[in-house]
Design a protein around this ligand. Structure first.
Ligand code: ADP
Ligand code: MG
Length: 703
């Protein structure tokens, strides 16, 4: 039944921002830098915090950090000379004393703030040496006691702006826009169906916007600050719904595209499975089956395979590749780092050796003749499977008959890169299938929102015989003990990772730290064969070191976080993570996933420095308490929010203006449900939502 459609969405054209009084070309350009082009845009540009100027606060009750309006009498006014000349004005209101400090001032100002005058100030309270103070407050001298200025009626909004755009102009512009709304000169379409407003107990759009631009004095600051005010929830819901709808549309469009149906007998996969040293887990079987069905269809697969580290995604990807190859087409397999791409390359060479398939390797480091040669073979279709890094989607790489693109550890790539690679394979209107793999498991409702353009498969089972990794946290002061543990593991024939990190982002320094540590450990453990792996080594050396570690010619591998993704050496059973307090939870879990891959008991030592912050303690606690990637993801979400966790910000996957996936998680089930319903029953409203919240931003999705 069509109970969704209320008010039909006419296509509303936005009102150019230049229609507002005072907006000339210069200001318009500055507003455009903030992505504000229309009056409507401005209305959706919400304050990120508020100041309370609605009441006078007694000085005696103020605490450092408060922003407040005070009023008092000037008790003393002096210029202090010293390293820096400054004007100090002491103000008292009977409840306490406050110091105003000015570094920039003129004689006139000093005279104005004379002893005995009454002054009203607004500013942030700071802790001073003798009393609390305000530095360069906004102030106003009250000369006529009869004309005591009113306090504001609303909280004062503070907008995200750029340097050249003053808060006051933003306030003035939004004031105009609100006035237009109020006078009915501007109309905003209500895109949420009545049924949603009722179910969620939301107010209408205009009321919510007006409220958030100019909140009344009695609003709960706490709710506003944590973005949990019902008015904020109202807008967050609408934005999340727009995102969810847009991703679903993207998926529907993709399903209308044509692809090659890859129908094969399965000879290749049969041969591969027959000579594998293991059998697939039930979860691998199931996911492979899902992929197999997708690939046989004449529309492009868009499938995301989620699986914890070590769950065996690679073999599933290779099975998918074989289906395309057996059908006579090409496959591209892309990994985010050289090291991981290299490992995949070695794996497929080994696994596919008996099938005499032509496999090529392409990375950014492949140059000159060799690169030309490889590219030519890819273009002519001699190469059946190419493994590489993002070098795969550079302009000069052309495929003859690309039918399947496999992207490993997709969270490391941007959406753009993913789409670019998809575009590469488009020939005669035929799109390649896409298989995307990620070891960053996320809670299901969240996945349904942010991966709504993809079909999702989950490998929710580890290969048999894996034992959970025991995780311990040890302060750096007990480092010697850890070194002994390394010696012992080595005597037992096990291998060890020692991961170094620095707070600096600098790769040079990181590598230096790894070199130093390798030096120290070599000295401390003469009987242990130590290897070193970091990003600044040549490819050849990296490859050799990795090969040596795999073949157990090296016992202890000292490395930077290059080992984070994907590296697979089952005999490694001890991992030391230095400065563990500096890593995020997802990264710690990824690192730890390098051990516990064989049948031995494995240990992960989180070596930490100094006193742990609350967040660091929460992360270490989570690591000690669970090995389950989904549980880790859930806690990670709690600790730092999904934006960072998924690299959403960097990838531009979901740029949110109002909503915050952490604060507003609870809205997601309803968002997902309504997104489906809206698309089915009220496509115009759905379109209106997408236009409003995402607008031009979706265009890249259609490339
Ligand atoms: P990830 O999902 O983290 O990418 P990998 O594909 O690297 O995991 O697999 C981890 C290890 O488990 C590899 O050594 C792989 O050969 C092995 N493996 C994969 N599937 C199975 C299985 N069904 N039984 C035993 N070992 C397996
Ligand atoms: Mg992997």
């Amino acid at each position: 039944m069509n109970d969704v459609v209320q008010g039909v969405a006419a296509r509303v054209f936005p009102t150019p921002i230049t229609k507002l009084k005072g907006v000339g070309p210069r200001l318009a350009e500055r507003l455009a830098n903030l992505n504000l082009h229309s009056v409507e845009d401005l209305l959706f540009h919400l304050p990120f915090r508020y100041e309370d100027r609605t009441r006078l606060v007694p000085i005696g009750t103020l605490r450092p950090g408060d922003h407040a309006v005070i009023q008092g009498n000037v008790e003393l006014n002096q210029i202090k000379f010293g390293k820096r000349r400054m004007l100090l004005v002491h103000v008292s209101d009977g409840s306490g004393m406050l110091l105003l400090r000015f570094f920039h001032f003129n004689a006139q100002q000093q005279q104005l703030l004379a002893r005995g005058v009454s002054v009203r100030c607004f500013g942030e309270i700071r802790r001073g040496q003798k009393s609390i103070e305000m530095i360069h407050p906004e102030y106003r001298v009250i000369t006529e006691p009869a004309q005591i200025p009113q306090v504001d009626e609303h909280l004062t909004p503070v907008y995200p702006t750029t340097e050249q755009l003053h808060q006051l102009s933003m306030r003035q512009l939004t004031q105009q826009a609100l006035q237009w709304l109020n006078e009915g000169r501007l109309q905003l379409q209500e895109c949420l169906p009545q049924a949603v407003l009722q179910e969620m107990q939301f107010v209408d759009l205009v009321s919510a916007l007006v409220y958030l631009h100019r909140p009344p004095p009695d609003v709960s600051h706490e709710l506003l600050e944590t973005r949990r005010h019902p008015m904020q929830l109202r807008l967050a819901f609408e934005e999340l719904l727009a995102q969810a709808v847009s991703l679903r549309q993207r998926r529907l469009r993709a399903h209308r595209d044509q692809a090659r149906g890859l129908n094969v007998a399965g000879d290749y996969s049969g041969q591969l499975l027959a000579q594998l040293p293991f059998v697939l887990t039930a979860a691998q079987q199931r996911v492979w089956q899902e992929i197999r069905v997708d690939l046989a269809r004449a529309e492009p697969m868009q499938r995301l395979v989620q699986g914890d580290v070590g769950s065996g995604k690679t073999i599933v990807a290779v099975l998918a590749a074989l289906q395309a190859i057996e059908a006579g087409y090409q496959v591209a397999m892309m990994a985010p780092t050289e090291l991981l791409a290299e490992q995949h390359y070695q794996n497929v060479l080994r696994w596919l050796a008996p099938l005499s398939i032509s496999i090529a390797w392409l990375s950014g480091k492949l140059k000159g003749k060799a690169r030309q040669q490889t590219c030519a073979e890819i273009a002519q279709g001699q190469v059946q499977l190419v493994v590489g890094t993002h070098a795969l989607f550079q302009d000069d790489v052309e495929f003859a008959t690309l039918a399947l693109v496999i992207i490993d550890e997709q969270h490391r790539f941007g959406v753009h890169q993913r789409l670019a690679l998809r575009e590469k394979g488009v020939r005669d209107q035929l799109h390649p299938h896409q298989l995307i793999m990620t070891a960053t498991p996320i809670p299901r409702t969240l996945a349904m929102t942010i991966y709504a353009d993809l079909d999702v498969s989950v490998i929710d089972e580890l290969p048999p015989g894996r034992k959970p990794v025991e995780t311990v946290a040890i302060p750096d002061a007990r480092r010697a003990q850890v070194v002994q543990r390394v010696a012992q593991a080595c005597r037992q024939g096990r291998q060890i990772y020692w991961v170094c990190s620095l707070i600096e982002e600098s790769e040079v320094l990181q590598c230096q730290a790894a070199e130093d540590t390798a030096g120290q450990l070599t000295e401390a453990l003469p009987q242990v064969r130590v290897g070193l792996l970091h990003g600044r080594l040549s490819n050849e050396i990296k490859e050799r070191v990795m090969q040596q570690f795999k073949s157990h010619a090296i016992d202890l591998l000292v490395a930077t976080t290059v080992v984070e993704v994907g590296v697979d050496v089952p005999n490694a059973s001890l991992m030391i993570i230095e400065n563990a307090e500096r890593f995020g939870l997802a990264q710690l879990h990824q690192l730890r996933g390098r051990v516990g891959r064989g049948s031995h008991d494995s240990v992960c030592v989180l070596l930490y420095h100094g006193n742990l912050s609350t967040l660091a303690r929460a992360r270490i606690k989570a690591m000690r308490e669970t090995n389950d990637g989904f549980e880790i993801a859930r806690r990670d979400l709690e600790i730092r929010g999904p934006g960072e966790m998924l690299g959403i910000k960097q990838t531009g996957m979901m740029q949110l203006r109002v909503a915050d996936l952490r604060q507003h998680q609870a809205l997601l089930p309803a968002v997902n449900r309504w997104a489906d319903k809206l698309l089915r029953e009220s496509p115009q409203l759905a379109e209106g939502l997408v236009q409003r919240w995402i607008g031009a931003g979706t265009r890249f999705a259609d490339v």
